[in-house]
Write a protein that binds this ligand. Structure first.
Ligand code: BV8
Length: 239
């Protein structure tokens, strides 16, 4: 099905699959992040309370791995879309990596937080962070040794949900890239957008759990599908 010619506003949701070709483990592929750890042990407030060393170490490892990976063509294609698309664009990511930013995207909405941010449990202020937390470093603001990863764990409220829902209601096109559609509320965005009249497109390696909600689904590596789709949306204006 051809995409709508007059697309004025696009909402994009990305997941771990867009960073897979950069060498960052996804959550649910064989040997993925959750295979190495039980999610309730490392991505819940209860798990953090039970074993803070395990959780701080898990996120320290993932934060340190960021310096060893690079953005891939899918990340760079979305930066080109942001630069050249004349309409409204909102990029929402479930990813806590910084590859969208390093790929050139200016405005990224990290609904599940980010590895390179620290949240202080004492003063509740967030600070940019690219070191370890296992060693209980002092909060840059209040100096208390009470930093936690600024990521959204299961049972916690994702960030900027009002802004996301407002954009879903007015989007002409909702595109989901590299996500299994396994975790809510992100997995429900396609239904919100479709109910509000948006065209919906899934770009994923294989059909996701929510594939049936999409008007169109294309399957293959994001590094191939996303640049091709961006060229379509920009009307083949690629240089
Ligand atoms: C909330 C950040 C409410 C941390 C993450 C029953 C019991 C308990 C809870 C629930 C329940 N039912 C629903 C819930 C709520 C729960 C939930 O949905 N659970 C699921 C498991 C059922 N959700 C929550 O708890 C959320 N909060 O509901 O709050 C609330 C209400 C009021 C007040 C307070 C609270 C919060 C969820 C956020 C958890 N944090 N991440 C971290 O990163 O460590 S989740 C994490 O997994 C990701 O952020 C992402 O959201 C999620 C799924 O990951 P994906 O990105 O989709 O990755 P995945 O590996 O699954 O899939 C990758 C895809 O890519 C695959 O499809 C693959 O085919 C594809 N792919 C692979 N390679 C490529 C590719 N595609 C293209 N190219 C490739 N090369």
């Amino acid at each position: 099905m051809a995409l709508m010619p007059d697309i004025q506003s696009i909402v994009i949701l990305t997941g771990a699959g867009i960073s897979a070709e950069s060498g960052i483990d996804t959550f649910r592929s064989a040997g993925g992040l959750w295979e190495q750890h039980k999610v309730e042990d490392v991505a819940t407030p209860e798990g953090f309370a039970r074993d803070p060393d395990l959780v701080l170490g898990f996120y320290d490892m993932r934060r340190e791995a960021l310096s060893k990976v690079e953005p891939n063509p899918a990340h760079r294609a979305l930066a080109k879309l942001e630069r050249e698309f004349a309409g409204e664009l909102l990029l929402v990511t479930q990813n806590v990596d910084d590859l969208h930013e390093r790929g050139g995207v200016e405005d990224v909405l990290h609904m599940h937080g980010q590895l390179k941010s620290a949240l202080c449990l004492s003063c509740e202020i967030r600070s940019p962070w690219d070191r370890t937390m296992f060693d209980r470093p002092p909060c840059p603001v209040c100096k208390a040794p009470s930093l936690r990863p600024d990521v959204v764990w299961f049972g916690e409220m994702p960030y900027q949900m009002d802004r996301i829902y407002a954009s879903l209601l007015t989007a002409d096109l909702f595109v989901s890239i590299g996500t299994s559609g396994a975790v809510y509320p992100a997995a429900g965005f396609v239904q919100e957008a479709r109910a509000a009249g948006a065209k919906t497109l899934e770009l994923n390696l294989e059909p996701s759990e929510g594939s049936h909600h999409f008007h169109e689904a294309r399957h293959g590596p994001a590094g191939d599908l996303v640049p091709q789709w961006v060229d379509e949306v920009l009307g083949g204006e690629t240089g």
